[in-house]
Structure formats: C-alpha cells, structure tokens
Design a protein around this ligand. Structure first.
Ligand code: NAD
Length: 425
C-alpha cells in the first residue's frame, strides 16, 4: 500500500498530465516538494519532574497564492511524511476554494490526552517558540486540527504576541471568540461539508439512486468536524444511523439522536473533566459495532471524519454507500479511490468537502487583521458563498473534462497555482 504522501504526490503528478493547456510547465517541479521543512524536538519539564521530549514539525509546502496556511495536529502517530502530505493537500485545497493562501501543516507526535493541562500549555507555547521566526499573519498562519483546540490556539497566539512584542491575533486562526476568534469558526468545517453535500444532492437529484428518504448517513469520527457536521445534518432532516469515535461505533437503523448524545457528552465532560465516548453516551440504548463495520454499512452517504487511510484496497470492495463525503483529510487511498470509481461510488474529495474550515479561518484572519467582529450569521453566509462557488467551479471542470470529483478539483487547483506562477515569473 502506498503511503499518504506518495498517494497525494501521485495525484498531483497525474493531474499535471491531464491538464490540456498547462499555463506553466514548471508547476510540477514546484508542487512536488515543499519549500521548507522545520523539524525539531519539544522539551519541557513534566509534572513528575522528568524532562519530556516530543518530535515536532512545520512543513511549508508552497506559497504561490499567498501566506502558508494549515493546521497543527497533536497526535501519537504523527510523522514527517504525514505532515508533508497534509501540507501539500492544504496547498491544493486553498487553490480549489480560491483563497489567497498557500499550504502548510504542523504536528507534534504526542497523545494530548496523556498530558496535564499545564503540560499541554507548555508544549503549545514551546511549539510556537520553535517556529516563531517562520510564521506570522503574512507568512504562515497555523490553525487547529486533530487534537488541538481553540484553547490551544489561544495559548499559541499569546506566546506569539509575547515574542513579537505586540498583540497579534491574525497570527493564528481557530482561536476562542473571547480571545479574538471568529463566530462560526468552530462549526465551519462541518457546516461547509453540509453545504457541499446539499449542492451535490441537488445536482444529482434525478440521477443518483438514493435508497432511503430521508437519506441515511454514517459518520466516522465525532470530534470538531464529525460532531458539528452530524448536528447540522440532523437538524436538516437527514437520518444519522451510525457514529463512531476512537473507542468504537454506535448504530441504530431508525436514527440516532445527535443532539442528545452531544448533551450527555457535554454534561459528563463538565462533571469529570474528560470526554465520554459515544458508547458511554448512548448508555446501552443502541447497538455497538466496530469502526470497520461502520464503514461497510448499507447507507446512502458515508462520511469519514476522523483520520487518513481509512478506506483502503482492503475494504473498498465492501463499501455499500452510494456516496463518500470526505470530511477527514486523505481518508481514501489511491488504490481504494480507483476501486470506488470502478464500482460507481461517487467520492466528494477532502479538498472540496472539508474546505469550510479554511474558509472560516480566512474570515477569522480578515476580522483579526482589521479588528472587526462579525456575527455568526454573517460569517456562515460568507462561508456558504465560498463553498457554493467552489462546488460550481469543480462541477464545471468535471463536466467539461469528464473527470471524477477528485480529479476535477485537482485540475482546477493546479491550473490556478500554475497561472499565478506564470504571472509572477
Ligand atoms: P478531532 O481531534 O476534533 O476529532 C477526531 C475524531 O476522530 C475524534 O472523535 C476521535 O475519537 C475520532 N477518531 C480517531 N481515530 C479514530 C478511528 N480510528 N476511528 C474512528 N474515529 C476515530 O479532529 P477534527 O478537527 O474533527 O479533525 C478530523 C479530520 O478532519 C482530520 O482528518 C482533520 O485533518 C480534518 N479536518 C479538520 C478541520 C478542522 O477545522 N478541525 C478542517 C479540515 C479538515
């Protein structure tokens, strides 16, 4: 099985070959490798007095379209290769949505659940100290990703401001609203995913064989992205029959009450200061299944919203959904993508489906730069416009060149980067 990085690089290489009039033939050599890799170790004194050390990275892939932009992940399995793949994806994603950003990504190989609040704060601040001279509002703007939260962004922006000698909220996005974040940023990725799904269903209305009315949805991952998407989809009348987190999955063919599950998780969290699993929140009221079983359920729409490499050549043949909406980054391997395409399963790719997050970040960045604050309705309306525009653009390329959604999105993005390179040459 090829790696996440190899997969992503191969898609870019294949894309360049199918673009009819590539505005700049140098685009592949620029897009094949990152502009800069920062690789370092984070060290601090743990609560038990011992020195704790964790490997960390910031990869800046390409800034042809604007400052580097991309999240920071805290996860026990993070690696340099993973960060590189995610940085390349960010480059392509920002071009798909037409944002004035390049692509970057960062990570620390750590299980944040194993750290105390004090240790997490030390880790976050030290991460900023290591990359300080390479980031900033017009250089590289980090945001949250898996295992990082608005609270962590608040510590990071605070550390950045101390080092800069002045308050600089535009250096990070995904901050809490109290610390200069944007209303609507917390739900932006899930909300954007819903807009893309809505437009897709409208477009496919007459052609797609949706077995159930309302459509049945299974979601893998119940963090920032999965839970907010689930809530919005549920509020809009689709039926969520399965949900999962890292501990396992729950299933009810008659539909799960997402708001009730979130309420229980919130109440228990406040009581114990920990997040209770979905299974605990469901309290034995529905069937528990494995994460693998969730992926193979006979639903209309399958939504991977956890981590990469979940749909592989080993299980692509057993996926029974009509549509895969990729809210996670890189959940489908290249081999699996080909199997799904052959089987007529439509895949709405990550670089389109989850771009609501970076669109939300863009509007937060603008507000932070201008010291203006918009209400949630205004922010969501702006994100909706961006998502609608991106959907129309990708659909047009798809129809003109008769490509899959993923290939069409890559073609559009690569052309945009190549055109910008030509202008700057
Ligand atoms: P998160 O840390 O808030 O949540 C991750 C969720 O996935 C948790 O519920 C966790 O329990 C679950 N999970 C982990 N391993 C799992 C497994 N093997 N099976 C099932 N569930 C598992 O992270 P997030 O911010 O929601 O990010 C999820 C995905 O979306 C990632 O791929 C991320 O890169 C992508 N993404 C996030 C944003 C954003 O704004 N946060 C934007 C675009 C893309």
């Amino acid at each position: 099985m090829s790696t996440f990085l190899e997969n992503t690089q191969k898609i870019v290489e294949d894309t360049v070959k199918i673009i009819p009039d590539l505005p700049n033939s140098d685009v592949l050599s620029r897009l094949k490798k990152p502009d800069r890799i920062l690789e370092f170790e984070i060290e601090f004194q743990g609560d038990d007095g011992t020195v704790k050390k964790f490997p960390a990275w910031r990869v800046q892939w390409n800034n042809t379209l604007g400052p580097y932009k991309g999240g920071v992940r805290f996860h026990q399995d993070s690696s340099k290769d993973e960060v590189m793949a995610l940085a390349l994806l960010m480059t392509i994603k920002n071009a798909v949505v037409g944002l004035p950003y390049g692509g970057a990504k960062g990570a620390v190989r750590v299980d944040p659940r194993s750290l105390s609040q004090r240790e997490l704060k030390l880790l976050s601040r030290e991460y900023v100290r290591k990359i300080f001279e390479y980031i900033g509002p017009d250089k590289d703007v980090p945001a949250p990703d898996v295992g990082t939260s608005p609270e962590i962004m608040d510590w990071m922006v605070d550390e950045y401001s101390i080092l800069a000698g002045h308050w600089e909220p535009a250096a990070f996005t995904g901050k809490s609203v109290e610390k200069g974040g944007s209303r609507g940023r917390d739900i932006a990725t899930g909300f954007g995913g819903f807009i893309i799904l809505r437009e897709f269903l409208k477009f496919r209305n007459s052609k797609l064989e949706i077995r159930n009315s309302p459509p049945k949805v299974a979601i893998q991952g119940f963090g920032n992205v999965g839970a907010n998407f689930a809530k919005i989809v549920h509020q809009n009348g689709l039926k969520i029959v399965a949900l999962s987190d890292s501990k396992g999955a729950i299933y009810n063919p008659d539909g799960l009450d997402v708001e009730e599950l979130l309420k229980i998780q919130k109440e228990r969290g406040v009581l114990n200061n920990t997040k209770c699993s979905l299974e605990e929140a469901a309290g034995g009221k529905c069937k528990t299944i494995s994460n693998e079983e969730l992926l193979e359920l006979g639903v209309d729409i399958l939504v991977p919203a956890a981590l990469e490499n979940q749909i592989t050549e080993n299980n692509a043949g057993t996926i029974r959904a009509n549509v895969v909406l990729e809210l996670a980054n890189g959940p489908t391997t290249e081999e699996a993508d080909r199997i799904l395409e052959r089987r007529g399963i439509e895949v709405i790719p990550d670089i389109l489906a989850n771009s609501g997050g970076v669109a939300g970040s863009y509007f937060e960045w603008l507000q932070s730069k201008e010291q203006k604050w918009w209400d949630e309705e205004t922010v969501l309306k702006k994100i909706e416009e961006v998502m609608n525009g991106a959907f129309v653009d990708v659909k047009k390329t798809k129809e003109e060149l008769n490509l899959s959604w993923r290939k069409a999105a890559y073609v559009m993005a690569t052309k945009r980067v190549a055109e910008a390179m030509k202008k700057a040459a």
